[in-house]
Write a protein that binds this ligand. Sequence first.
Ligand SMILES: Nc1ncnc2c1ncn2[C@@H]1O[C@H](COP(=O)(O)OP(=O)(O)OP(=O)(O)O)[C@@H](O)[C@H]1O
Ligand SMILES: [Mg+2]
Length: 247
Amino acid sequence: MVEVLGAEKNYGGLRALSGVDLHVDAGEVLALVGDNGAGKSTLLKLMSGVEPFDGGTLKVGGEEVVFHTPRDATGHGIHTVYQDLSLCENLDTVQNLFLGQEQVSSILLGNRLDRREMETTARRVLGELAVKIQSLRAPVGWLSGGQRQGIAIGRALVSEPALILLDEPTAALGVEQKAEVYNLINRLRDRGCAVLLISHDLRDVRHLADRVAVLRLGAKVGEFVKADNYDVDDLVASITGAKEAIV
Ligand SMILES: Nc1ncnc2c1ncn2[C@@H]1O[C@H](COP(=O)(O)OP(=O)(O)OP(=O)(O)O)[C@@H](O)[C@H]1O
Ligand SMILES: [Mg+2]
C-alpha cells in the first residue's frame, strides 16, 4: 500500500540512507529496528514529508507521490506520531485531539468548533482505542505517559489515516503503559490501518510485529517475518552485523 523504493538521504557528507526499499500493507504492523543512528527516524521523516528524498521514490496505493510538507503526507493518509508527541501541555484532551485539524473539524461540524460535538468525537476515538481518561477537561500535562501516547495516536485517528508512523512510542514508558500502547497498536491493525513502528524493545517487537525490517548504517540489511518464528538473537545479530563478522 505504501512503498519506498531506493531511498537515499545525505546530511552533508553523511549517508543517512542508501538504497532502502520498504513496503507496508493495510492491517499490518511493520517494525523498523536498528542501532542508534541507523537511519530509522530519517526514513520516517522522508515518509512523513518532513524531509525530502535525495534519491528514490515513494508510492501510495501504487501511485508515485512527492511530499513537500507533512500536510501532503496527511493528505495521502499518512499520519506521524513523533517521539515528543507534540502535545500542548496546558490544553485539555479534547483541544489536543483537534489541534491543527481545523479542516477535519469544519467538515465534521460545519465550520463551528462546537465543544460538545468535539467531546462526542473525542469519546468515540478514545473509546475505540480503549484509552481511559477521567477528565477530558484536565490539561494533558497532568496525564500519564501512556495516556498522552493514547491522545497522540487518537489525534492521528481523528482523520482516519491509512498508515500511521510511530517513532519509539514506548521509549519513556513503564511496563504497564507499554502494554497499553501495544493494545492501541493491535487495535489500529484490527481497524485495517497499516502501522510502521520504530522500537528498540526487540522482545516486544517479536510479539507485536507481523514483519521486522532491520537498518544498519543507513542500509536495509534484513527482514524477518513473524510466521517464521525467528529468535530475538537473530534480530540482534542482524542489527549489529555480528553474523557477517564471524563468517
Ligand atoms: N538533521 C540532521 N542533520 C545532520 N545529520 C543528521 C540529521 N538527522 C539525522 N542525522 C544523522 O543521520 C544518521 C541517522 O539518524 P537517525 O536519527 O535516522 O537515526 P535513528 O536510527 O533514528 O537512531 P536512534 O535509534 O538513535 O533514534 C545519524 O548519523 C544522525 O546523526
Ligand atoms: Mg530515531
